[in-house]
Design a binder for this molecule. Sequence first.
Ligand SMILES: *Cc1c(COP(=O)(O)O)cnc(C)c1O
Length: 479
Amino acid sequence: MNNIKFFSRSNLPIEMHKVRIVQKLNLIPIEERKEKLAQAGNNTFLLKNRDVFLDMLTDSGVNAMSDRQQAAMLQADDAYAGSESFERFEAKVKEIFGTPFVLPAHQGRACENIICRTFVKPGSTVPMNYHFTTTKAHINLNGGKVVELLCKEGFELESDFPFKGNIDLEQLETHLKKGNSAFIRMEAGTNLIGGQPFALSNLKAVKKLAEKYGAFLVLDASLLAENLFFVKKKESEYKDKTIRQITAEFAENSDIIYFSARKLGFARGGAICTTNKEFYEKMKELVPLFEGFLTYGGMSVREIEAITVGLDETMDEDVISQSPLFIEHMVCKLKKAGVPVVTPSGGLGCHINAGKFLPHLKSSDYPAGALAAAFYLISGVRGMERGTLSMDRDENGNDVPSDMELLRLALPRRVFTLSQVEYTVDRLTWLYKNAGIIGGLEFFDEPKILRFFLGKLKPVTDWQDKLLTAFKKDFGDSL
Ligand SMILES: *Cc1c(COP(=O)(O)O)cnc(C)c1O
């Protein structure tokens, strides 16, 4: 698709699929959105989907399936044991990753449960490029500790460094010398720093260090699809390799691979795979205990069929280029409009720098949460707060300010069209011009653990009324 050039204008990303099943969207008027927002306690997790216009909360389990996936779901084999659906799935995983041993699990965190219970012991450490929320929770649950070794560029919100997901190799070697690591974890498409990839050369160097110090390497491949695309586009050594060849090199340099098929494979489920029989035998016992029998692992056989085809489609550059190119377009347009965004554009969505968008707010005003609420109010678009609100209080009841205040606008794979992306950019640009109106939020109902999921907040002043008035002045009777 990179070879499709436009005659009359600069290049645009173009959809390499056509729509064959649709879901009707509603955009309720801004006055109603204000009411719904108040009912949801200004928390976008608590909005009803029917009140949302474009749902950019997450890319998890909400990716569009292809006609081939839907067709495959009809031929699912419902046997409890020895299902042919699983055989097809296992064969596809082997074909792509070259791993003879495959364990199914119901989603990504279930894979993490099995891996961490097997390998993490009290006092062990897990060095990694960057943690993911559920991974960290499972490592801690088993008495281990996450050691964050992200390269320094990864923490710079605005950068042109192509591989912000790289691990710092020097720090990794220093850490491995201590000899208490359960394993090294590399997360593809590093989620919490904005869907940023690591370089294949970085992974290869990590593998060498692992061998030198007798450690092994676990690859979290949940967001691998976009990382593969970025390696092909940005790492010159791999520009002439096929996506299949690049995938094989990722696999050859990992000892265990696991993934959430809510992201990789455009369906819902998960799996662990390895070439190491001993690792497989150790982990295998936990699958029937926590997930289900070895030939379904808690997944519906229909979803297993959909993942099998989805993994095959992941090997197609036209398919995996879609999200990165649409996100790049969105980030470029926002940057041109002066809106502070995380750069370079990553693979899972567009991340707005709420700290810079709302410099007049303190972290205790929850700038990223206020921005998520304000953006829903003026656009009907639902994003996710990733900032101080997502951090729980310390033991003294104080807020823990987050390193970054981000509004994440996820682009689920193959779901949104270019005009929907343009609408989002347009409304964000308007909001940035009116950012001074936006005030803080405060809790009126605050859970102690993972407060961002269910907590309810209210605006500290009448800023939402003022924002509505400004919207009406500029947009008249537009929704
Ligand atoms: C989503 C995700 C997980 C967890 O997967 P679930 O299917 O949501 O349990 C783990 N790692 C990464 C990088 C993810 O993005």
